[in-house]
Design a protein around this ligand. Sequence first.
Ligand code: AVI
Length: 326
Amino acid sequence: MTVMSNTATAVHFHDQQPPAASLTLRDELLQGLRAAPKRSSPKFFYDLRGSELFDRICVQPEYYPTRTEEAILRDAADDIADVVGKDATLIELGSGASRKVRLLLEAVRPTSYLGIDISRDFLLDSTRRLAADYPWLDVHAACADFSQRMTMPSGLACDHPVAFFPGSSIGNFAPEEAECFLRGLHSLLPSGSGLLIGVDLIKDEAILNAAYNDAAGVTAAFNLNLLERLRHEFEGDLDPATFSHQAFYNESRSRIEMHLVSDIDQTIRVSGEVFHFDQGETLHTENSYKYSVEGFRALAARAGFESRALWTDPDKLFSIHYLERA
Ligand code: AVI
């Protein structure tokens, strides 16, 4: 593990990307394209442009999760601070722009903060800004794929770790993967550690469908950007204009599905390999699972986390759970 300390911005940077990461990513991508039906992991969305587009999704009027979760965090910051307790090390998984944690920092006053994200440039930029704005906070950044097994970076004081996983990113795992992911966290964290986690709730289908089909087309651009990434990073020979964005709520599985639909019968090439798409055939790019409060509590309990507190908004659109590692 490389550790670099940038004194100008006081961010301690821990690079946990395995050296052969791009090879692993390529293999994973090709495996998904060979599958029937074709699929790709949502993590492929998040190159620099994808991360920027995701930030723009978060402020679209139809995309309620971000503003609702932020309102809950703002309103409940003092209660959250009481439950979390003193001298915490906040560990944000998939920290992105590190915006939500700002709503907690003054109330919770953790000793240190660790942002973990797969998008290195985005991570460095946002943690540098955080360190500049909160000079009393010991800021660390780890470039890592938090969905894989991780280790705690050395040099991070970690007496009372509290993982922070906002945004309902847990919903991008299938329920059995989510449980497995929480089990991984369970083995990483000592007993008594906390997990503050945002979980999107099951609701009216029209609200869900609108949230993933915003009128400004930002979610569509986010989905289609995956094809640009295939072209630029994985020697993709394809025309993104021949694909369309598709997103819909699958009620029987309580999930939004996002797909890229081929508008024509065509053959594309990625990393020298040929893939055929029939007209109307899709590449399944993301699932976003929605939970009931009880459903999520039961899942967390199976992974060894006990429910300690819960906050929701008045319309019951979104939930924030505080769980304790048993
Ligand atoms: C990051 N994740 C929780 C978002 C979601 O809602 O599932 C990603 C996203 N995809 C389309 N819009 C937002």
